[in-house]
Design a protein around this ligand. Structure first.
Ligand code: SF4
Length: 448
């Protein structure tokens, strides 16, 4: 009879089960260490950076209790609701003055694939989103060279003038820093102008890992840890809420991830301005630092279990402070995202409608999740689907499947044809950045 497992590899090595002086195996001692940390967390204790790092290193028999503890804390914090938001991404240009090593989205200003959506097109997309039931547009882009420093504020004003009820979740800390620098004002003054113009919230992107020794390797010249924390703190103090994020699965260690989480937690204790935490797995396929100048030790994005551990440890470390942990179906796919809902996460993110950044990096999970698919993913797990707004106010509680509405997005068969796609944008002749540059140069709006 053929053997299903290689007998040598199936037998644990003596090293794994070496007995210690107290008669316990080394692996049992490690399990005990994780158990003690989980007991502390379940008892309401705050997990230190070293303890968080130990949880990130959990393996073997430690994994099930880790995920179960996170799931229990999720239920304590937010119950059994699984939330989502109906929103649309508008990435109005991919041309950027920076060259972050992980970013496959950006192009130089001379690149044929550089695009730029004029304000009218941004507005058209926002209006179309509202017709599709969206309550939010998420506006982020590359740092366009020669841009007027007040462009972000002006663009926001034009959206709010046409669609005053729409929540505009826009402009990463890197973009706010860029705009304020071009405008010649402080970050606080620029944020105040955004607030005055009606900003709803800021994406807490451009965080990657909030440890400069890692940032210097993956994105030299990018906003520093201190600048990011200062900018977000300032936004919160002005009454502008933000999300928080982490990009992981590249060069960072367990300690870096735990340190990042503790920095978010400490800031949240000061301000209470974070609405959610969104872990974002590094998509390596098209990333310049993966394809061309690969730093020593670079990984190719997180594995499945690393992704689940991220949801679990972030839930445990942030417990009591940041209540919403979002899975990214764009990065992980809805299948793994759904599993993340039993590892500490409680939110499925947005419908998105358009997606460029992960698509450019090689993710193949599409640009739209319909509300009905998100609801089905929650229900399949015995959880309650809830549509929320950007700030986590509950808009619709779907406790009766028979009473589900027919959302406009549910009737869309081919999102790319109807809404356009990233691949369209980089290929079609209209909206070329070079043409925008030539026109703006002729109007003396841009000098490079
Ligand atoms: S991550 Fe942002 S700032 Fe960095 S290159 Fe990409 S678009 Fe530019």
């Amino acid at each position: 009879m053929p053997q299903l497992f290689d007998s040598d590899s199936a037998v644990p090595s003596s090293e794994t089960f070496e007995l210690r002086d107290d008669g316990r195996s080394a692996s049992a001692a490690l399990e005990g260490e994780v158990d003690a940390i989980l007991d502390k967390a379940l008892g309401g204790g705050e997990i230190t950076v070293d303890e968080g790092a130990r949880l990130f290193d959990a393996t073997g028999d430690e994994l099930t209790p880790l995920l179960a503890a996170a799931d229990r804390l999720r239920r304590e914090a937010v119950g059994d609701a699984v939330t989502y938001v109906v929103n649309r991404n508008i990435n109005f240009t991919n041309v950027c003055v920076k060259q972050c090593g992980f970013c496959a989205f950006s192009r130089g200003h001379r690149a044929d694939e550089g695009y730029y959506l004029p304000d009218e097109e941004v507005l058209r997309r926002a209006k179309e989103a509202v017709e599709m039931g969206a309550t939010e547009v998420c506006v982020q882009a590359g740092l366009a060279p020669g841009m007027d420093g007040w462009h972000y504020v002006d663009l926001l004003k034009s959206i709010k003038a046409a669609l005053p009820g729409l929540h505009v979740h826009a402009f990463s800390p890197e973009e706010v820093l860029y705009g304020s620098g071009l405008a010649g004002v402080s970050v606080a003054e620029y944020l105040a102008a955004l607030k005055e113009a009606g900003i709803g919230s800021l994406p807490g992107t451009s965080a990657e890992i909030l440890v400069d020794e890692v940032r210097d390797l993956i994105s030299p010249g990018r906003i520093t840890t201190a600048q990011w924390l200062h900018l977000i703190r300032t936004a919160h103090e002005l009454g502008i809420p933000t999300t928080s994020t982490m990009m992981y699965g590249h060069l960072e260690t367990a300690h870096h991830k735990a340190l990042h989480l503790s920095r978010l937690r400490e800031l949240q204790k000061e301000t209470g301005g974070f609405t959610e935490f969104v872990p974002l797995g590094f998509i390596a396929d098209e990333a310049p630092m993966h394809r061309k100048r690969r730093p020593k030790g670079l990984r190719s994005g997180p594995s499945g279990i690393e992704t689940l551990k991220m949801y679990a440890v972030s839930r445990i470390m942030l417990h009591g402070w940041i209540h919403n942990i979002q899975v990214s179906w764009v990065k992980e796919g809805l299948k793994l995202g759904q599993v993340g809902l039993m590892a500490g996460a409680n939110d499925l993110g947005g419908t998105l409608i358009n997606e460029s950044i992960s698509t450019a990096a090689g993710s193949g999970h599409g640009q739209l999740q319909t509300p009905s698919r998100l609801r089905a993913a929650a229900r399949e797990m015995g959880r309650l689907p809830v549509e929320r707004d950007t700030l986590y106010h509950k808009l619709h509680i779907f406790d009766d499947p028979a009473a589900d509405p027919q959302d406009p997005l549910d009737s869309i068969d081919d999102a790319a044809s109807l809404f356009g796609s990233y691949h369209d944008l980089i290929q079609r002749p209209e909206h070329r950045f070079k043409a925008h540059l030539a026109q703006a140069g002729a109007e003396r709006k841009i000098s490079l």
